[in-house]
Ligand binder design. Structure first.
Ligand code: HPA
Ligand code: ZN
Length: 326
């Protein structure tokens, strides 16, 4: 369609993608066989049938289990390279990818192997496609702040190759304010700061991520819609929200794409972006998120161009780098 062609041709940055969430069932099986890891599924079809989530936690349980097939540096590189092939095909020209160190170090994988493989994949994607990217390390909030501080300390030798710190995993029982010391420590090391907030948790978590953690961007942030004063503040401050529409539908945090808060946030002047979150699990990569959202919310071409522009304006790039993309 005309709309699909317009979107594919629109230069876009992806700012909310968990690289472990780009593990396609085919690669999952291939790595399981190669590495001698037993999966609780007999086939790729059976895995896909399990992608029937009713909450964030129901997804996370499967997502952490599946990550168990990633053992070697080359596995992480293959995962990462495959994601960038998809992104480039979708008209993506830049990405800031999330990586969860604790998912792997807690299984006895050295951080240098896991993160090294992700960085290898990023370098290969740049060599093959010319696409640049940066990596953000995310703290698994369900493990608590002390474990997050341990992760940050362990990452110290690699921080010259890391742009920022994020916070993901189960939101509702693990409020942002519990991670103040972690964020203070990361800021002191010069990391840029983001956090998942207002995905399943309330608008107050978005406020606390801004006020207590002092993050620059909010990942998801859709529950801000419940608090008009907060929406006005996000608009006034120019805070970027990395919204993931297909994820929100699949995890039942919105009822349908057609009443997704993205349009209302955009109309209120909030800098929203469109992203895929965990594309192998939620039914689509960047293009599919743009296309289905545009169709459901009747986003016009100028609106889509503005949203794609937001993805560069909100990126952790210098003004000169942004100017090169915009
Ligand atoms: N929310 C929180 N944590 C996550 C997600 C998500 O959507 N995807 C991967 N980790
Ligand atoms: Zn996410």
């Amino acid at each position: 369609s005309t709309l699909a062609r317009f979107i594919r041709g629109l230069p876009k940055a992806e700012l909310h993608i968990h690289i472990e969430g780009s593990l396609e069932p085919e690669l999952m099986f291939r790595l399981a066989t190669k590495n001698g890891v037993t999966l609780p599924y007999r086939s790729v079809e059976e895995v896909r049938q399990a992608y029937n989530f009713d909450s964030l936690q129901s997804f996370l349980d499967l997502y952490y289990m599946a990550a168990g097939v990633l053992l070697h540096r080359a596995d992480f590189a293959a995962l990462t390279e495959a994601y960038f092939d998809r992104l480039v095909a979708d008209g993506g020209v830049y990405a800031e990818i999330f990586f969860d160190p604790q998912t792997h170090t807690d299984r006895g994988i050295a951080l240098g192997e896991a993160l090294g493989g992700v960085l290898d994949g990023m370098a290969r994607a740049e060599a093959r496609h010319g696409i640049k990217s940066k990596v953000i390390l995310c703290c698994l909030r369900h493990l608590g702040e002390a474990e997050g501080l341990r992760m940050l300390a362990e990452a110290e030798p690699f921080l010259d190759r890391v742009v920022g710190l994020g916070l993901d995993s189960s939101e509702r029982d693990f409020p942002p304010a519990d991670f103040k010391r972690l964020y203070d420590a990361a800021r002191a090391k010069g990391l840029r700061l983001v956090a998942h907030a207002g995905e399943e948790g309330p608008a107050a978590f978005v406020r606390d991520a801004l006020d207590v953690l002092k993050v620059e961007r909010i990942d998801h942030g859709i529950r801000a819609i419940d608090d008009p004063a907060l929406v006005a503040r996000l608009a006034r401050a120019g805070t970027t929200l990395t919204v993931c529409p297909l994820s929100n539908v699949r995890l039942c945090t919105v009822n349908s794409l057609s009443d997704h808060p993205l349009r209302r946030l955009h109309e209120a002047g909030v800098k929203v972006t469109i992203n895929s979150d965990d594309p192998a699990y939620f039914g689509g990569y960047l293009h599919e998120n743009y296309l289905q959202t545009a169709q459901a919310l009747n986003l016009t071409e100028p609106e889509l161009a503005e949203i794609a522009g937001n993805s560069f304006r909100g990126a952790f790039l210098t003004d000169d780098e942004k100017a090169g993309y915009l």
